[in-house]
Design a protein around this ligand. Structure first.
Ligand code: MG
Ligand code: ZN
Length: 231
């Protein structure tokens, strides 16, 4: 995917020390804003889940299903940062949910400043679940803490089993991995157990769930995990 501002935040051994200093400054500023968001969320008993994936892993479909599945149990709101399609925010709205679309421009990740603005716009009621659909890419979103309660990586069985080895930073940062599109398993060459082994080789304590957001299979375990984020 096109990373228009890669040089500003992805460490590049070929880059000069000036670039690396800028990188550090950008990340330090982000950390400070993320801490503010974390306090803001905790003060309101709001849980924010940062959902990250490659394009096409089915984040929006998982969100739609979750919004409908949790209806009547707790308020749910969405921060929509994925610009894979501009229709994502409309899909979320149709699912019956408050949504704020973040304009990242050509940006390839959400940052804590965007998250702060989105939270101000959403003004979530106490106890709300805020689902954040990050921009579809498994590289720089791992570097930018949003102050979220937890980080979830969504991968689909149409991707390579070795995704965790190709994107170790993302999987090391994750609290949970959701393996999506399990309804397609009979048609693809994806090894769930091996993928779990790879993921745990970079993050031994990692939790993994397998779901089909299309059929609803496995969604109860996901809802249980969400509920536990309030403990
Ligand atoms: Mg999407
Ligand atoms: Zn980026």
């Amino acid at each position: 995917m096109h990373h228009s501002h890669t040089r500003s935040h992805v460490p590049d051994p070929a880059a000069g020390s000036e670039t690396i200093t800028l990188e550090r400054r950008v990340l330090a500023k982000n950390e400070a804003l993320a801490e503010r968001n974390r306090t803001w969320l905790a003060d309101r008993g709001v849980v924010a889940v940062n959902m990250m994936s490659s394009p096409g892993a089915g984040k929006t479909t998982l969100l739609e299903r979750t919004i409908r599945g949790l209806a009547g149990t707790r308020p749910v709101a969405v921060v929509e940062g994925d610009q894979e399609t501009l229709l994502d925010a409309q899909r979320i709205k149709r699912a019956g949910c408050a949504v704020v679309q973040v304009n990242t421009g050509a940006g390839c990740h959400l940052d804590a400043g965007m998250m702060a603005d989105a939270l101000t716009d959403l003004a979530p009621a106490p106890g709300t679940l805020v689902l954040v659909e990050n921009v579809g890419n498994l590289v720089c979103p791992a570097l930018f803490d949003l102050g979220e309660s937890s980080k979830v990586v969504v991968i689909s069985v149409t991707e390579g089993t070795d995704k965790p080895l190709k994107y170790p930073y993302m999987f090391a940062a994750a609290d949970l991995v959701v393996i999506n599109k399990t309804d397609l398993l009979p048609h693809v060459d994806f090894d769930v157990e091996r993928c779990e082994e790879y993921a745990r080789s970079v993050n031994p304590g990692l939790r993994l769930l397998s779901v089909s957001a299309t059929t609803g299979d496995g969604m109860d375990a996901w809802y249980d995990w969400v509920a536990r984020q309030y403990d």
